[in-house]
Design a protein around this ligand. Structure first.
Ligand SMILES: NC(=O)c1ccc[n+]([C@@H]2O[C@H](COP(=O)([O-])OP(=O)(O)OC[C@H]3O[C@@H](n4cnc5c(N)ncnc54)[C@H](OP(=O)(O)O)[C@@H]3O)[C@@H](O)[C@H]2O)c1
Length: 313
């Protein structure tokens, strides 16, 4: 990618897309192409073909997707499978047809089987059944991976697929009804501190282990892979280290400066005991995550405090 290459970041207002734009802009890439959802509906094939024919991006980061938690996946399975299949098929096909030099497709760790051995290696894809609560989304993402592989094999189109672990960072969704664990805890502890609450309740035993990657690290990895990785095999992006939910809660309490007690409600379900990506393939290429958890959470909390009025809540 040259500094003046025409680079389209699909979904540039989202958590991942905004971080990729920040990373590109900080590194001096000057020719970014952006369209908000209201300007360009990516599930509309004609609109996408027209946009690509006009703009002819040389590089594409495909970070637009319909994403959501368990509740949204269970309630709107048709929307999840349809929108994601349409968005990715339209963008990948139009990129190929209009001479895009390389496309990076964002997947997710939920594409892996529910009972994968830990840490999860890329080759575990499609080796056994998926987690049923989000299989609509996962199957759409797997179709996106296969589409990238098929276009590479049949047309020689340079499309790569990247699987990030759980992400957090500025631009995250802090709405308690459908947010992920990091923004939900940051907000809960913040509100507890503000209202002088003595105890914060946390679902489950606190024992499950999870991995958390700052979205600016993911963006750095995405740029690295756009530059250095040309292969049909999917590639994991993560920290390579996990923490218990209890440890996460303790760090967040420190970041927010909440001095009260944490109470774990063991009557609530824990979910899978461990979910950690094996990142040895990415490490072997020369990339490792750089942002330590405390530092990443502290800057995310700063962003939360500064942007409270803009948050999706
Ligand atoms: N967040 C994570 O922890 C995580 C972890 C692993 C992988 N990922 C992957 O990273 C990608 C991006 O996720 P994210 O967390 O950045 O999601 P996000 O914050 O919801 O951003 C997605 C963006 O895509 C746009 N979009 C959705 N449907 C569209 C459509 N039909 N046409 C045009 N634009 C559309 C959204 O616009 P509107 O909001 O206006 O609809 C939004 O700006 C996804 O593929 C996801 O699987 C995320």
């Amino acid at each position: 990618m040259d500094q003046d290459s025409r680079i389209y970041v699909a979904g540039h207002n989202g958590l991942v897309g905004s971080a990729i734009c920040r990373a590109l802009e900080i590194r001096g890439f000057t020719n970014l192409i952006k369209r908000s959802h209201s300007e360009l509906e990516l599930s509309d094939q004609l609109a996408v073909r027209h946009f690509f024919a006009e703009e002819r991006p040389e590089y594409v980061f495909l970070s637009a997707a319909k994403v959501g938690g368990i509740h949204a996946n269970l309630t709107y399975p048709a929307d999840f499978i349809r929108d994601n299949l349409l968005v990715q098929a339209n963008v990948i096909d139009a990129a190929y047809l209009n001479g895009t030099r390389k496309l990076l497709f964002l997947g997710s760790s939920c594409i892996y089987p529910k009972f994968s051995p830990q840490p999860i290696k890329e080759e575990y894809l499609l080796t056994s059944e998926l987690e049923p609560t989000n299989e609509w989304y996962a199957i759409a993402k797997i179709a996106g991976i296969k589409m990238c592989q098929a276009y590479r094999r049949q047309y020689g189109f340079n499309a790569i697929s990247v699987m990030p672990t759980n992400l957090y960072g500025p631009g995250d969704n802090f709405n308690l009804e459908n947010s992920h664990v990091v923004p939900a805890m940051l907000r809960k502890f913040h509100e507890a501190k503000q209202s002088g609450q003595e105890t914060v309740d946390i679902w489950g035993t606190g024992n499950p282990r999870r991995e958390f990657l700052h979205v600016d690290d993911l963006a750095d990895a995405a740029l690295f892979l756009m530059k250095h990785y040309d292969n049909e095999a999917i590639i994991n992006v993560g920290v390579g280290v996990d923490v218990t939910i209890r440890e996460l809660a303790e760090v967040i309490a420190e970041v927010v400066d909440f001095g009260g007690r944490l109470r774990f409600d063991a009557s609530k379900p824990d979910g899978t005991p461990r979910k950690l990506l094996d990142v040895s393939r990415l490490n072997a290429l020369g990339w490792t995550a750089k942002i330590p958890l405390f530092e990443g959470l502290a800057s995310t909390y700063d962003w939360f405090l500064q942007s409270e009025s803009l948050l999706r809540r």
